[in-house]
Ligand binder design. Structure first.
Ligand code: FMN
Length: 431
């Protein structure tokens, strides 16, 4: 990075970042008051479009466009939901934002709900986030005491609140259509898109705006500082900065805010202080276990939606998992295959059966009972099930196996040949 980048969402405050005074001293709630004053939702949306803000929940969809669709829908009853379901392995940045910076999220939620004329606004919160829930509730009460939410906000006659909805607590429940289903008392199972886009058929069949915690946390800053400020960093097609959840075999895992387009190497070497035990990078999941791994020869790849897609992988919600050279890739693949098997909601048969079969075969190989035929069968199953579900879970499960076999087939073959993991000692009496 040429010029020093100053954090935007994780900016330092004079006091505790969750304290309303500290937040307001740095311009907190100014954007919300300006929206109320101008009463011009279209202007807000135009600024987001100009900023080219793309959703941080995984799909990278243009935020302004989504808000526009809901605001101008022919059906006039609208809803807003902030998606704080966060349940993917290796992603923990929304939890961090909720715990440390609840006011910028709350301000983003108020602006979003108001801009799309939502009848009711919710935050769908992972039910395991007890501490974060308490912080968000405290932030709400502090904002209420200042007249930023509640009844007759700032004397405008507007009544607005953000209700907390206890999330169902599964990975698939974070998928927006599954989330909306569970909020209506039905099983948390995704619906087919098209036609069931939340902007068309959301809560109670009405147009609904769903945005991620990080996406919404960006809103007050963009409105206060302008679209050009937001675009000062990052590539032109996906500008701004992003929070990277860095985990795995690094010395300093954590949440790091960096301009989009920062090379993977910078995150690992500078932020993460390199690989544990002086080891080397064997592979990196740049977008969580649902997207292909990259190898050590690809660490100069820029981390943004378009560059990673072009390289055959994806950024997702930027859960970067580093795997070191001491790791057995069969065992590692099994860990995530098991995750997909367990988290499949069971609605789509190819996903229910496919994730089960993939995990069973990899388990068999990991335990030393695999055959060459199992490898061919794994690839065959991947080919059958990829792209068949209502959501992307089964596609993620097959990409993982295909990618692992492409990069580390020799490790699977070695397990088959030896009848055990080569990195584990052979039982006594076995050569
Ligand atoms: C299996 C699955 C799980 C998901 N989990 C989450 C989640 O926990 N939080 C989230 O914001 N988006 C999640 N998403 C993406 C959402 O469906 C949706 O795209 C996002 O909330 C939209 O917000 P954005 O436009 O601000 O990114 C998930 C998607 C899939 C397929």
């Amino acid at each position: 990075m040429s010029k020093e980048f100053l954090p935007r969402l994780l900016r330092p405050y004079a006091g505790d970042p969750w304290d309303i005074d500290a937040y307001c001293q740095q311009g907190g709630y100014e954007a919300w008051l300006a929206c109320l004053k101008s009463q011009n939702p279209q202007q807000t949306i135009d600024t987001l479009k100009e900023a080219h803000l793309r959703g941080r929940g995984g799909a990278g969809f243009p935020t302004g466009l989504k808000w526009d669709k809901v605001l101008h829908h022919r059906v006039k009853e609208h809803y807003f939901v902030c998606n704080a379901g966060e349940h993917e392995p290796g992603t923990f940045k929304d939890r961090y934002l909720l715990r440390h910076h609840p006011h910028q999220l709350l301000e983003g939620c108020l602006i979003a709900a108001y801009t799309v004329s939502a009848k009711t606004a919710y935050i769908y919160l992972n039910h395991e986030f007890a501490e974060e829930r308490a912080h968000f509730e405290r932030a709400k009460e502090a904002a209420r005491a200042r007249g930023y939410l509640g009844e007759n906000v700032q004397g405008t006659g507007l009544n607005i609140d953000i209700e907390i909805f206890d999330g169902y607590g599964s990975y698939v429940a974070g998928e927006e259509t599954a989330m909306l289903e569970s909020m209506q008392g039905r099983p948390a199972q995704p619906k087919q898109k098209p036609p069931f886009y939340p902007t068309e058929f959301g809560l109670h069949g009405k147009p609904t705006l769903v945005n991620n915690v990080e996406t919404l946390s960006n809103i007050p800053h963009i409105l206060r500082n302008g679209a050009a400020w937001f675009r000062e960093v990052g590539p032109s097609t996906c500008p701004g900065a992003m929070l990277f959840s860095l985990s795995g075999a690094v010395n300093r895992p954590g949440v790091y805010e960096l301009p989009l387009g920062t090379p993977v190497r910078h995150l690992i070497d500078i932020c993460g202080q390199g690989v544990v035990n002086g080891g080397k990078v064997k592979a990196v999941f740049p977008g969580g276990p649902s997207f292909s791994m990259i190898g050590p020869d690809q660490l100069d790849l820029p981390m943004d939606f378009d560059s990673l897609k072009k390289a055959g992988t994806g950024l997702g919600s930027a859960g970067v998992i580093v795997v070191d050279d001491a790791t057995c890739m069969v065992e590692h693949t099994l860990k995530y295959s098991h995750f997909f098997e367990r988290e499949s909601c069971g609605q789509c048969p190819p996903c229910r059966i496919g994730t089960q079969e993939l995990a069973t075969l990899i388990r068999k190989i990991e335990e030393g009972n695999g055959t060459e035929k199992d490898l061919a069968q794994l690839l065959q199953i991947c080919g059958f099930v990829k792209g068949t579900g209502f959501c992307t879970l089964v596609t993620g499960a097959s990409v993982l196996v295909q990618n692992s076999l492409r990069l580390f087939r020799h490790e699977f073959e070695e397990h088959i040949r030896l009848g055990r993991c080569p990195s584990k000692p052979a039982p006594l009496g076995v050569g």
